[in-house]
Design a protein around this ligand. Sequence first.
Ligand code: SAH
Length: 339
Amino acid sequence: MNNIYNYKMSDLENYLLNIGEKKYKAKQIYDWLYMKKVKSFDSMTNLKKDLIAKLKEDFNFDYISIKKKQKSSLTNKYLFSLKDGNLIEAVLMRHDYGISVCVSSQVGCNMGCKFCESGRLKKVRDLESYEIVEQILLIEEDIKKRVSSVVIMGIGEPFDNYDNIMNFIRIINDPFGINIGARHITVSTCGLIPKIDKFSEENLQVNLAISLHAPNNNIRNNIMNVNKAYSVDELIECLKRYIAKTNRRVTIEYVMLNSVNDSYDNAIELARLIKGMNVYVNLIPYNETSHIEFKKSSKDTIMKFYDILKKNGINVTIRKEFGGSIDAACGQLRAKEVE
Ligand code: SAH
């Protein structure tokens, strides 16, 4: 039996047409689910009894649940327990412009980035769309406020769970549902080229972020296993195709690792690599983890790196640090719980 929160509007409309119902009822159901936020078909009082009975036969309302919550002034960190007992996490961040939530896309991760905590647990399974949708619904319920933007940067590689992620995006983007504008949704990938190409065909105004983290194959091979399958030059070519096709600016994520990728030469090489492309670089202060071989770059080094990129005509920002004190970075809460 399928979970009702796995259904995007068009799927629900097709389902209704197939059982001889009017398609507009999908909008009524979405209104109950995402505006009125009821948790049973019996509460959908403008639907006829026989339709309610049929929906109950065909769908379930299974929910993930909040197992643990940690709060600081700018961040809430949620540890969720799935129906099968697996644990995932999401992080809420309070910005001047609203509230953003970082959701997980898989239980564990197979990408094997050397500095990242999420990969400590190999992928157990992909998340279904409903399990990602409900991360947002449960957080909105908890804070009694609307979430205004979503980043798919929690545990997992979203493009290794491509179909469920696209479905999830369409569900939260629906104007009759949670209604998060596509421009307020960001998907981050370590660089699975065939999926980036596929993504460029989706006709979605969703932001794409690429975890580049290195200006050349030498460094990237050492810190990211995925580079052995898809090299820096192939990735850059792919991004050029993506930008030409979608006309959208791409974010280049670059985590600042002390003495690994943060030198003057690294900055110059990065600037050369992406010069003239419609991208901007987001420098990410590294959040130190149990991978003790990696340390964060000093503030001074980050500022210098920033200046070199700027001087070389690259758009660049430094990511504000969120949640370090509550293990709110990248699989840390979960890792502590499981070990
Ligand atoms: N798998 C996807 C999305 C999840 S990771 C991807 O690789 O993009 C989200 C971002 O956080 C990635 O850029 C990742 O490299 C980065 N990251 C992982 N561990 C980190 C840490 N300890 N501190 C700072 N950034 C980290």
